[in-house]
Ligand binder design. Structure first.
Ligand code: DX5
Ligand code: ZN
Length: 223
């Protein structure tokens, strides 16, 4: 059985001086979702944007906003990101003392809830959380920056999580983020990923290349 994968363009690699236009262009180029990286300078070394910027770029696309929170104690800010227009809100397992409470809260607000794992976090922590999330995000790099290389061991982790989802009969997004490019995407999809985040691989070359770059990542999923 064949099933299409979804592509989410990470605007971390976009030109921040014209972010709204960039969102419009990757939408036009065929991205299925807009991936937005929120960093607080504490959970990760980098600082990016918050809810006020997200609400400003919201009108530039009708595609789902996939908001990846790389912030400590994310529960404090969930309401603000929902008001700003997030359709999917992903928190890091390592950043929240009570991830189930936060995921449950997000879902009750009518937004899809995601849990992200850093490369050093083993996949078995997911077993107790699966019932509370719509999305699992496996970080293929240590979060904080775009343009890094995928850590090969993380692809095995994607496979393990995919097997876990089959075992528990859970149909959720299995998202990957970090260093994905047209050369490694086939293996990553083969491991079970069905939502692919890419920053550099999509934004490189400028606006005229977005469509071509997105198509190059769109490999079929064979079950
Ligand atoms: C990294 C971010 C990613 C990043 C991916 O911490 O979560 O979303 O933008 O960028 P690339 O695809 O360039 O590795
Ligand atoms: Zn991300």
């Amino acid at each position: 059985m064949k099933e299409n994968i979804n592509i989410a363009a990470s605007i971390l690699s976009a030109d921040f001086s014209k972010l709204g236009q960039e969102v419009k262009e990757v939408d036009k180029g065929g991205s299925d979702m807009i991936h937005i990286d929120v960093m607080d300078g504490s959970f990760v070394p980098n600082i990016t944007i918050g809810p006020s910027v997200i609400s400003k770029i919201r009108p530039f696309s009708k595609k789902p906003f996939d908001v990846h929170l790389m912030i400590d104690s994310p529960a404090r800010h969930v309401d603000d990101f929902i008001s700003a227009g997030a359709d999917i809100l992903t928190i890091h397992y390592e950043a929240d003392k009570h991830p189930i409470r936060t995921l449950d809260y997000i879902k009750r607000k009518g937004v899809k809830a995601g849990i992200a794992l850093n490369p050093a976090t083993p996949e078995n922590v997911l077993e107790g959380i699966l019932d509370y999330c719509d999305l699992i995000l496996i970080m293929l790099v240590n979060p904080g920056f775009g343009g890094q290389k995928t850590i090969p061991s993380q692809i095995k982790k994607v496979k393990e999580v995919s097997n876990m989802l089959k075992k528990y009969k859970k149909e959720v997004y299995l998202e990957v983020d970090g260093g994905v490019n047209p050369l490694n995407v086939k293996n990553i999809v083969k491991a079970g990923a069905n939502l692919i985040v890419a920053g550099n691989a999509i934004f490189k070359g400028g606006t005229n290349f977005y469509k071509k770059n997105i198509s190059a990542l769109r490999v079929p999923r064979v079950k």
